[in-house]
Design a binder for this molecule. Structure first.
Ligand code: NDP
Ligand code: GDR
Length: 330
């Protein structure tokens, strides 16, 4: 039985990846950090199938113990302070987790299980300001947020450990990917949750930021398959994972509201609070390398995914109304 250690297992991607690895017969170890209120929402259904190890990306000793306890053949480093907006008010914390945390993880692997295969969750946010489109593995980075800068560090330290210590370390440069398990602060989920609440009469407006930003949005369930494929190759390498399509936030609004016969223009209010100090205007990925070398391809389209998210949020909000326990809105 193969063993895998996942950091960030309680997050969106961690939950889909844990499901995938369990299906494949892996013994899955999940790193969890101490929180005052435990958060198992995304993995409640598989919680008892995961072996838990405690640790925090900012604490090297805890990671050494976690790698020692799990003895994994594969390690997926998905943990991060992952919300771009929060990286301006919390730049140091973001750097400690999202940048230096990667070195902590790599050191733990190098010291305890140097032959383990390592996946780093890199991001299209590293491309930032448009230098070239579509963006591919060779496109220069120009990050536009403390988060993006931290991910560039995490990316290059992964490449450096591969080249310095001959470690099997891969970096997946993943473009935005979403699902019903997406955190509610991210734009797709904020919109689909807002649509559900408006449709069910709980609120009438949705306050938004820059509607002109363009993103290449895929489905998280498809993207975790690419992570696994990267660690099954003969040689470690870096790959862009994307849909090769881009859409504005405005198109996202149109698709989500019209799915329940509403017009977004009747409900969306522009609020300067949601504009960022520096914006990434356009992301559009070219994943030709992943298609050719990994045989990876997306299955769920952007429209299908947004419909799936609206339907899930409608059902959840309706249930919450019945139970008279409404979760708070962003
Ligand atoms: P989420 O925000 O949903 O999950 C983040 C995870 O990191 C959570 O499990 C969280 O645990 C954990 N975490 C945060 N801080 C620490 C810490 N100090 N020590 C240990 N664990 C910690 O992110 P996603 O699932 O969306 O993304 C997964 C990874 O992929 C992230 O690194 C993200 O930056 C990157 N990425 C994501 C993309 C996307 O579109 N989703 C695109 C490209 C890259 P807790 O539950 O305790 O908060
Ligand atoms: P992003 O995702 O910053 O691309 O990072 P997010 O969904 O937060 O923003 C996407 C775009 O939408 C615009 N926008 C808004 N965003 C939010 N959150 N709330 C709003 O009200 C709003 N209005 C407009 C933003 O300005 C932005 O242009 C995500 C994260 O998952 C990262 O961890 C990951 O690395 C990248 O995707 C790829």
């Amino acid at each position: 039985m193969k063993r895998a250690l996942i950091t960030g297992v309680t997050g969106q991607d961690g939950s889909y990846l844990a499901e995938l690895l369990l299906e494949k017969g892996y013994k899955v170890y999940g790193l969890r950090r101490r929180t005052s209120t435990p958060n198992y929402e995304n993995i409640a259904h598989i919680r008892n199938e995961i072996e838990w190890v405690s640790g925090d990306l900012t604490d090297l000793a805890s990671l050494i113990l976690a790698v020692r306890a799990s003895q994994p053949e594969e390690i997926y480093n998905l943990a991060a302070q992952s919300f771009v907006e929060t990286s301006w008010p919390q730049p140091l914390l973001t750097g400690q987790i999202t940048a230096l945390g990667v070195t902590n993880m790599l050191e733990a692997v190098r010291l305890v299980s140097p032959d383990a295969r390592f996946y780093q969750a890199s991001s299209s946010e590293m491309f930032g300001k448009v230098v070239e489109t579509p963006q591919k593995e060779t496109t220069p980075f120009y990050p536009r947020s403390p988060y993006g800068v931290s991910k560039v560090y995490g990316h290059w330290i992964t490449v450096n450990y591969r080249e310095s210590f001959d470690m099997f370390a891969c970096s997946g440069i993943l473009f935005n990917h979403e699902s019903p398990r997406r955190g509610i602060e991210f734009v797709t989920r904020k919109v689909t949750d807002g649509v559900a609440r408006i449709k069910l009469g709980l609120q009438s407006e949705l306050r938004m930021g820059n509607l002109d930003a363009k993103r290449d949005w895929g489905f998280a369930g498809d993207y975790v398959k690419a992570m696994w494929l990267m660690l099954q190759q003969e040689q470690p390498d870096d790959y862009v994972i994307a849909t090769n399509e881009t859409h504005t936030v405005r198109e996202l609004l149109e698709i989500a509201f019209s799915h329940v016969d509403l017009n977004y223009e009747d409900h969306v209010v522009i609020d300067p609070k949601f504009f960022r100090p520096a914006e990434v205007d356009l992301l559009l990925g070219d994943c030709t390398k992943a298609k050719n070398k990994l045989g990876w391809e997306q299955k769920v389209s952007f429209r299908e995914m947004i419909h799936m998210m609206v339907e899930t949020d409608l059902a959840r909000v309706e249930q919450e109304m019945k139970n008279k326990v409404l979760t708070s809105v962003i």
